[in-house]
Write a new protein. Structure first.
Ligand code: SF4
Length: 226
């Protein structure tokens, strides 16, 4: 897809899902540390679930120094609803230790430093730099961004890091900080993984999946399309 067509799609989505800088993140946090920990915990679960456990988690462990000293079984009990609680508890304790030992308890502000922390990949690092520090250094590619980028024809890759590179080349930097929010919003509204509501989709005429061109990694419904 060319740049003009791609930006036309984002322009429509930007009108469909109006937002401000304060409403772009779906997680409820007050500090960069909370943003980092909640983003790690949000893998493979809903933001609502993660927001629901933040009260107990951060009242017991308000900063990196406190969480670094936590007993893993205590953390596991609190974060149990988020799933994968054993690995996640280990990661957030180890990440907190790394923050305390290497960064003076602060959350670093670069992708390179953030991705040295246990449990932190480029997606998490992009979310933290964007939402905790208002620095747009890349594009967070989660399962929604991946699915919709493939369906729309923004990329032919299936690996998140390659998709991020494709999106960064396709769109001007002014869009980077908005793409994650716009694509997640559209997936939640209509572009479901199994049953996308294409009939109600405002960008269907511009969607490669809808037009039947097909993309790698996607299963297509064999329904008749107008
Ligand atoms: S037309 Fe269907 S597949 Fe394409 S973006 Fe809209 S809902 Fe998703």
């Amino acid at each position: 897809m060319n740049k003009t067509s791609a930006e036309k799609i984002l322009t429509v989505l930007n009108t469909q899902y109006p937002h401000t800088e304060d409403t772009m993140n779906f997680l409820e946090f007050e500090t960069p540390f909370q943003c980092l920990i909640l983003t790690i915990l949000s893998a493979q679960t809903t933001d609502k679930t993660v927001n629901g456990l933040r009260g107990e988690l951060f009242s017991r462990y308000p900063d990196a120094a406190a969480l670094a000293c936590a007993k893993q079984e205590d953390v596991e009990r609190i974060i149990h609803p988020a799933g994968f609680y054993h690995a996640k508890a280990k990661n957030i304790i180890m990440a907190s230790r790394a923050l305390a030992e290497r960064f003076g308890g602060d959350v670093p502000q670069t992708i390179e430093e953030l991705t040295t922390l246990p449990g932190v990949g480029r997606k998490t690092a992009n979310i933290v730099t964007n939402h905790a520090y208002h620095k747009v250094l890349g594009i967070a590619v989660d399962t929604h961004v991946k699915r919709l980028s493939i369906r729309l024809g923004f990329t032919e890759n299936t690996e998140p890091e390659k998709i991020e590179q494709d999106l960064m080349q396709l769109f001007d930097k002014d869009w980077w900080g908005h793409i994650n929010y716009l694509l997640i919003s559209h997936c939640r509204a209509v572009c479901d993984a199994r049953h996308p509501a294409c009939e109600a989709c405002v960008i269907r005429r511009m969607c490669g999946w809808w037009k039947g061109s097909g993309n790698p990694g996607e299963s297509k419904e064999q329904e008749k399309r107008p």
